[in-house]
Design a protein around this ligand. Structure first.
Ligand SMILES: Cc1ncc(C[n+]2csc(CCOP(=O)(O)OP(=O)(O)O)c2C)c(N)n1
Ligand code: SF4
Ligand SMILES: [Mg+2]
Length: 283
């Protein structure tokens, strides 16, 4: 399949300058390299929530399931459980995954369900026109908080590390190449992979200047060191002007939920093994 074949003919209604385009192209390229290396395109399933991010299901030409706001992760978990040979990828919103669906995210991490969750974290409810979310900074002025929110944001990386996620990463739509890298790694990872993507919302929370100034790539960080991952995750609290690290914070291999339950695979040479072979050595 050529790059063009991955983009559907559906009319695109994302705003000009929206970071969702960058996530779309990064995800497309990560998937394309896997398919070119031998992965069966029919084994990939994309699950989305409801929100601007969810239109990915319309715009990427792969198997997809438009689910319910806040229920992206349990739908993906169920699909993986029904057929562990499938490669299940979630595109969730920050409202979707961190507000209404937070309990599902925490328990999928705790269980180490073998799915990849990409959170389009624009730190705002985009589709419903600009209400604050759990990662909006304190004082954020939006449709539901004209006087500025009086809450502090929470840090999703810390929550995921504390919940048992076996792959924890952060990307940013201002750094497309690096974003593609963590998505590829997340797809390759056997176990629950979580990628928080700082996404520019051009209309309701345009953080382009902040991200261009503050974002840097992790270097010399040992992703096998849980304590180091926690320290790095705490460097930025989703509120302040501190430097913002992107890259893989934590990675460990543990038995997955599906393996522990003994859910049988149907195919010889599992999808994950194929992907590991294609994308590089599995750690
Ligand atoms: C069960 C349910 N709850 C709430 C809504 C209303 N709703 C639709 S989209 C949305 C916010 C989307 O925000 P986010 O998940 O951050 O996605 P974005 O639009 O920013 O990509 C809400 C609250 C809904 N459609 N269904
Ligand atoms: S409202 Fe924000 S997230 Fe939604 S399409 Fe427009 S720029 Fe993108
Ligand atoms: Mg959002």
């Amino acid at each position: 399949m050529s790059a063009r074949d991955f983009i559907t003919d559906a009319q695109n209604t994302w705003c000009p300058g929206c970071g969702n385009f960058v996530i779309q192209f990064a995800l497309r390229d990560a998937i394309r390299s896997a398919i070119e290396g031998g992965l069966d395109p029919d084994s990939i399933v994309l699950v989305t929530g409801i929100g601007c991010h969810a239109k990915m299901a319309d715009y990427l030409n792969i198997n997809s399931f438009y689910s319910i706001h806040g229920r992206t992760v349990p739908v993906a978990t169920a699909i993986k459980m029904a057929d562990p040979d499938l490669q299940v990828i979630c595109c969730a919103g920050d409202g979707d995954a961190y507000a209404e669906g937070l309990d599902h995210l925490v328990f999928a991490a705790k269980r180490n369900s073998d799915i990849t969750v990409i959170v389009h974290n624009n730190r705002v409810y985009g589709l419903t026109t600009g209400q604050y979310t759990p990662t909006s900074p304190s004082g954020f002025r939006g449709r539901s908080t004209p006087g500025g929110t009086k809450e502090e944001p929470f840090n999703p990386l810390e929550i995921m590390l504390a919940s048992g996620a076996t792959f924890v990463a952060r990307g940013c739509t201002r750094k497309r190449k690096e974003l593609e890298g963590v998505i590829r790694e997340g797809i390759m990872h056997r176990g629950f992979s979580f990628i928080d993507v700082l996404q520019v919302c051009a209309s309701y929370f345009n953080q382009t200047d902040v991200y261009d100034r503050a974002v840097y790539s992790l270097e010399g960080h040992d992703a096998a060191d849980f304590d180091a991952a926690c320290r790095k995750a705490r460097e930025w609290d989703y509120n302040s002007d501190s430097p913002i690290a992107i890259g893989t914070f934590f990675r460990v291999i543990r038995p997955t939920l599906e393996e522990r339950l003994g859910v049988p695979r149907k195919k010889e040479g599992t999808t994950e093994e194929t992907i590991a072979r294609i994308l590089g050595e599995r750690k």
